[in-house]
Design a protein around this ligand. Structure first.
Ligand code: HSE
Length: 297
């Protein structure tokens, strides 16, 4: 039996729309072995697709097809702690788990670069799939089926206080809300901030983050799809975050907080309980390891 553990990811980080992402310490853990039929279950008994429409199965099957290997079936056991449709990379984690699990079952015919390219091509969001594989803070873009990426070392201790609402927002809907064209000024606004963000996280110049996470390409449009999102973001900053952003396509909101601010989480929890009880803040940190594959008995 192969076990694959894949971290959650937060794409965009405000200014880095479709290009920047970070891995976080919340995981989907998937066990997989070959079988003569499809047998898919969830350890918590959650309702999940148990046939060939299952995303993990589909991604595993894709690897078998690419490698020209027949596949009768797979036994897959899922433990998915990354909440779905909340902007935390749950589908990327399943995509990566399917690819890495099948690759391990086949004796690792695909190398890391093949895996990064395949995950982004299937998933469509290299800013999620790449940090899910590599861990850490990544800049990534997909061009003609190939991912160009770098994992950028981070300097400075920060926590990612993640405000998760009790409602979902599909990426499809969140992308459909964006305008077809943007003004030159808006492109420059984000370009400068995304570059500043990468440089500031690398050098530890954390006082830049508030400005560097600014965005006018996607968040202003997506807030209309996130009830109370503007208020939560405003409060997240007002409570002392270095910067804040919509995680991926939303609806979760992340406040980047200096790790030495030990009371931020309890302040955030109290604020939500009193004002927006359907939002729950949790503390996450950067996952530095990325996806891990191991053999279990
Ligand atoms: N960069 C993508 C978006 C991430 O914001 O739509 C989707 O998970």
């Amino acid at each position: 039996m192969i076990e694959v553990k894949v971290p959650a990811t937060s794409a965009n980080m405000g200014s880095g729309y479709d290009s920047i992402g970070i891995a976080l310490d919340l995981y989907n853990v998937i066990q997989m072995e070959e079988s003569d039929h499809i047998d898919i279950s969830d350890v918590a008994g959650a309702s999940i697709p148990t046939d060939e429409s299952n995303l993990i199965y589909q991604c595993a099957k894709k690897v078998y097809d690419i490698c020209g290997k027949p596949l009768k079936g797979l036994k897959i056991v899922e433990q998915c702690d990354i909440p779905q449709t909340r902007g935390l990379g749950s589908s990327s984690a399943c995509t990566v788990a399917g690819i890495l699990g099948a690759n391990a079952l086949l004796g690792n015919p695909l190398d890391r670069e093949n895996i990064i390219d395949l995950a982004a091509s299937i998933e469509g969001h290299p800013d999620n799939s790449t940090p899910a594989i590599l861990g850490g803070f990544c800049v990534a873009l997909l061009e003609y089926g190939k991912v160009w990426s770098v994992r950028v070392p981070m300097n400075g201790q920060v926590d990612f206080i993640t405000f998760i609402p009790d409602f979902e927002l599909s990426t499809e809907k969140a992308r459909a809300a964006l305008p077809q064209t943007i003004h030159h000024h808006d492109a420059v606004f984000n370009l400068a901030r995304a570059a500043l963000l990468a440089g500031s996280l690398t050098t530890g110049k954390l006082e830049n983050l508030g400005v560097a996470m600014g965005d006018c390409l996607h968040q202003p449009y997506r807030f209309d799809l996130i009830p109370d999102g503007r208020e939560v973001m405003h409060a997240a900053k007002a409570m002392g975050a270095l910067g804040a952003f919509i995680s991926g396509a939303g609806p979760s909101i992340i406040a980047v907080v200096a790790s030495h601010d030990k009371t931020y989480l309890s302040r955030a929890q109290m604020y939500c309980e009193q004002n927006f009880p359907h939002w729950k803040p949790i503390r996450l940190v950067c996952d530095e390891v990325g996806a891990v594959v191991r053999t279990v008995s």
